[in-house]
Design a protein around this ligand. Structure first.
Ligand SMILES: Cc1cc2nc3c(=O)[nH]c(=O)nc-3n(C[C@H](O)[C@H](O)[C@H](O)COP(=O)(O)OP(=O)(O)OC[C@H]3O[C@@H](n4cnc5c(N)ncnc54)[C@H](O)[C@@H]3O)c2cc1C
Length: 428
């Protein structure tokens, strides 16, 4: 997303990616009114709508696939945008097309960063180094840029101690996108809306099936970890890599789905190299920038996926940071520091709220401890729809947009927060 924005404002940039090939991984993803105005500004809204279905509600089932209840999401009338549900690889493909291949170098694993006076440098695993005016660490939950920056700051005693603590791992998850050979078996695939069906099983297990266009099914398996299991995983790197884990698949293959059949049939309809296993962890870091280095996305705020806000917040960072960089008038230390400070002041409090919201919503969606089961029962049975809609309205009222393009029109009924920061629309 940041590459897409830099292309439009002619900011020279280069992306260094450790993967040896670009592979579109992941499963179901939702984007709603808090980021779709940016896609509209970029002229990409129709493209994302083409590969999506609107998702009106989330449905919950017990281990015997008996329905427990539903959460109704806030739709177009309230927000002006559908809640779009699509396979994550499709967003990946769309954004990748916006960036010329010559601006991405693969097989460049960043190991460390160095402050070299009025420039900043990265050192990669193959021994090469590169330098620039600004370094943006968009390298995920176990960001090497963050770790290297924090080490330097800690050596100087200027890093808050909490930033050195590890991420809290809550779940292990496996996801994929299936193309079943017998789509007629699942009538849900014929509907013009997406069915999101979440099963809360026993032994801390949960599984999900979600209908998306083209007769595809996004699926997910989740195991909630105990504190001791989480400690054990603490030093493992969280990856989207396709690390097929037969033990986990076998553990879930006989589980029934609310649409009929079992999970094994759906998992077997997924190419093995497109199945990813990821740890789901959470932490928000206090330090997002120092000197000529700034962090965005999971590198500075890793959210649990229950509220579908991780990538949305990563894209909010990209939009606000690009707005601030657009306004830089000199590349001296002071100019850069002022831009990063402005970025942080516009983003930290909102992402903190959304981090908390993601934590609570994830407990409702997949939590299996008795308190979490009780909480879910209360929400599904006793919390009024009005209260739930108020919560959604609060999250969806925050919609930072691109400051150098005309703003997308507000078409919903809920209140939208005003845009902050300096605006400067570019000449066509
Ligand atoms: C099961 C699941 C479902 C989700 N659903 C949603 C959803 O519906 N909506 C939503 O908004 N979010 C969702 N998310 C969250 C979302 O996927 C992440 O928040 C988002 O991908 C973060 O983007 P990022 O660019 O910050 O990091 P990443 O996507 O992790 O990208 C980091 C990149 O940096 C590269 N990299 C890492 N280390 C190095 C290095 N040392 N050198 C060079 N390159 C490096 C990686 O290979 C990777 O390409 C979900 C997450 C999960 C696990």
């Amino acid at each position: 997303m940041l590459g897409t924005l830099f292309e439009r404002i002619n900011v020279p940039y280069h992306i260094f990616e450790r993967a040896t090939e670009l592979r579109s991984l992941g499963a179901a993803m939702t984007l709603g009114a808090n980021i779709l105005p940016v896609f509209e500004q970029l002229g990409l809204l129709e493209e994302i709508e083409k590969v999506s279905l609107p998702c009106p509600s989330l449905d919950f089932y017990d281990a015997n696939v008996q329905k427990l209840g539903s959460i109704t999401l806030m739709g177009k009338e309230g927000t002006g945008y559908e809640n779009l549900l699509f396979p994550r690889p499709q967003l990946y493909e769309l954004l990748r097309k916006q960036v010329p291949p010559s601006k991405i170098t693969l097989n460049k694993k960043v190991l460390a960063i160095e402050d070299i006076g009025d420039r900043v440098a990265i050192r990669c695993a193959d021994g090469t180094t590169y330098e620039g005016d600004i370094l943006i660490g968009a390298d995920g939950a176990y960001s090497a840029v963050r770790q290297s920056l924090y080490k330097q700051m800690d050596d100087k005693n200027i890093l808050p101690k909490g930033d050195l603590e590890s991420l809290a791992i809550g779940y292990v998850s496996m996801v994929g996108v299936a193309t079943p050979p017998n789509p007629e078996k699942y009538p849900q695939l014929k509907d013009k809306v997406s069915h999101f069906s979440q099963v809360l099983g026993d032994s801390m297990r949960s599984w999900t099936v979600v209908s998306v266009p083209n007769n595809q099914i996004c699926w997910g398996l989740g195991i909630q970890l105990t504190d001791a299991q989480a400690q054990d995983q603490q030093f493992r790197n969280s990856e989207w890599g396709p690390e097929a884990n037969e033990t986990m698949i076998q553990d879930f293959q006989d589980m029934p789905t609310p649409w009929g059949g079992n999970m094994g049939e759906i998992i077997r309809a997924t190419p093995k190299d497109l199945i990813s296993k990821v740890f789901l962890e959470e932490k928000i870091f206090k330090t997002w920038y120092h000197g000529r280095v700034v962090l965005i996305g999971d590198a500075c705020h890793k959210m649990l996926p229950g509220a579908g806000l991780g990538a949305v917040n990563a894209m909010h960072d990209a939009v606000v940071l690009a707005n601030c960089i657009y306004n830089i008038t000199n590349l001296g230390d002071k100019g850069i520091k002022a831009a990063f400070k402005e970025f942080y002041s516009q983003r930290y409090d909102y992402s903190y709220d959304q981090f908390k919201n993601s934590s609570a919503m994830s407990r409702t969606m997949f939590g299996q401890t008795w308190t979490e089961r009780l909480l879910r029962k209360m929400i599904l049975n006793y919390l009024s729809n009005w209260v739930q809609q108020q919560n959604f309205a609060k999250t969806l009222s925050y919609r930072p947009q691109i400051a150098w393009l005309p703003l997308a029109e507000d078409r919903g009924t809920i209140r939208v927060l005003p845009q902050t920061g300096k605006r400067g629309v570019i000449e066509k």
